[in-house]
Design a protein around this ligand. Structure first.
Ligand SMILES: *Cc1c(COP(=O)(O)O)cnc(C)c1O
Length: 354
């Protein structure tokens, strides 16, 4: 039996403060209007002008030759890994990586690549750790092919990899002849928090993608960027997986709108996350990690609660949070305001005291 995410019990009040995930934002009226005005064509046939505009803009933003529009971030990872790897190849990634835990075993089921889980605090590892994982090139060892990092590191607490650390990893990969892939689900959060331009942040990566359905607030879509040859090969996998679309410009217009209006404001989400962490740190027994970006992870065991018990109590108060890796996760995003943060802290304090 496969479990769906829990639904609020019948009779729960509506969720007023949704800290569950930055994927739960609703398109704003202005974004919807931009979507309605979009010029459309047959994307699969290469005729959708709005999709072309989005891909050109993303390629330029990331400093890559080309880009392809895909329905989801998961499909970006799957398509990229299918393009980089052969069956039996090994990917080096952090032990908390999305590709390892949250993509339904795709990389075993579809790409046939295995993942070597690397350790390190906050979802990140060092060049030294990467170097220690280099295998001898014998007929026994799986061929190592790809370095993969998440910027920001989701289960790592939305941590921002320092650019210097990324560049050190890339140097090891280059020396070993590995390709490099960045899962940039929340790349813009990292760039805004670090004050680094996307093209500089991803310069060492052969492929990188950005999700438009996290803090950027679009309803659908992600864009994978790389060399012209890489994106050409990625298109074949997009077609094979059924990721080629038709009048997809409707969604691409929402993504373009997000690039224009929802990037700089990520700084507000980060400020809200810091305010939330400060407030939570005042609650007896709560252990909270200082957030780099918009994800706040906290431990409530010391406050005598389980993640599930707190989630249920908060739902009764109209506040949603998620549980991840034994901790509570609260995400700030477009639909969460500073007063809501103050209110949420009060509810969490009361729910834990009850
Ligand atoms: C959300 C997420 C994904 C998958 O993106 P979807 O658009 O939900 O498929 C991949 N990697 C990370 C780090 C994510 O947070």
């Amino acid at each position: 039996m496969v479990h769906a995410p829990p639904r609020p019990p019948a009779g729960s009040p509506p969720v007023r403060i949704n800290l569950y995930s930055d994927t739960q934002t609703r398109p704003t009226p202005a974004m919807k209007e931009a979507m309605l005005r979009a010029e459309l064509g047959d994307e699969q046939h290469g005729d959708d002008p709005t999709v072309h505009a989005l891909c050109d803009r993303m390629a330029a933003l990331m400093g890559k030759e080309a880009a392809v529009f895909l329905p989801s971030g998961t499909m970006c990872n799957v398509v990229a890994i299918l393009t980089h790897c052969q069956k039996g190849d090994e990917i080096l990634a952090h032990e908390t990586a999305h590709i390892l835990h949250s993509e339904g075993g795709t990389h075993a089921a579809l790409t046939g690549a295995q993942i070597m889980p690397l350790q390190g605090p906050r979802g990140m590892f060092t060049a030294e750790t990467l170097r220690a994982a280099i295998r001898p090139r014998t007929r026994y060892a799986p061929p190592q092919r790809l370095l993969e990092v998440e910027q920001t590191a989701n289960i790592g607490g939305g941590a921002v990899w320092p650019l210097r650390q990324l560049n050190e990893l890339v140097a090891v990969a280059r020396e070993q002849g590995w390709a490099t892939h960045m899962d940039g689900a929340r790349l813009m959060n990292a760039c805004v928090a670090a004050g680094i331009a996307p093209r500089d942040m991803v310069a060492g990566f052969d492929s990188v993608w950005l999700d438009f359905t996290k803090g950027l607030g679009a309803p659908l879509g992600a864009v994978l960027c790389g060399s012209a040859a890489f994106i050409g090969a990625a298109w074949r996998w997009k077609q094979r997986l059924g990721g080629s679309m038709r009048q997809a410009g409707l969604c691409a217009a929402g993504c373009l709108y997000a690039l224009d209006h929802h990037v700089d404001r990520l700084a507000e989400d980060h400020a809200n996350a810091k305010a939330l962490a400060r407030g939570l740190a005042q609650i007896p027994g709560v252990v909270v990690e200082e957030p780099d970006t918009n994800l706040v992870f906290f431990d409530v065991k010391g406050a005598g609660s389980t993640v599930e018990a707190l989630q249920a109590r908060l739902l009764q108060r109209g506040v949603a949070v998620s549980g991840l890796g034994g901790r509570v996760r609260a995400c700030t995003h477009l639909d969460v305001t500073a007063p809501m943060i103050e209110e949420a802290i009060g509810h969490i304090r009361a729910a834990l005291a009850a």
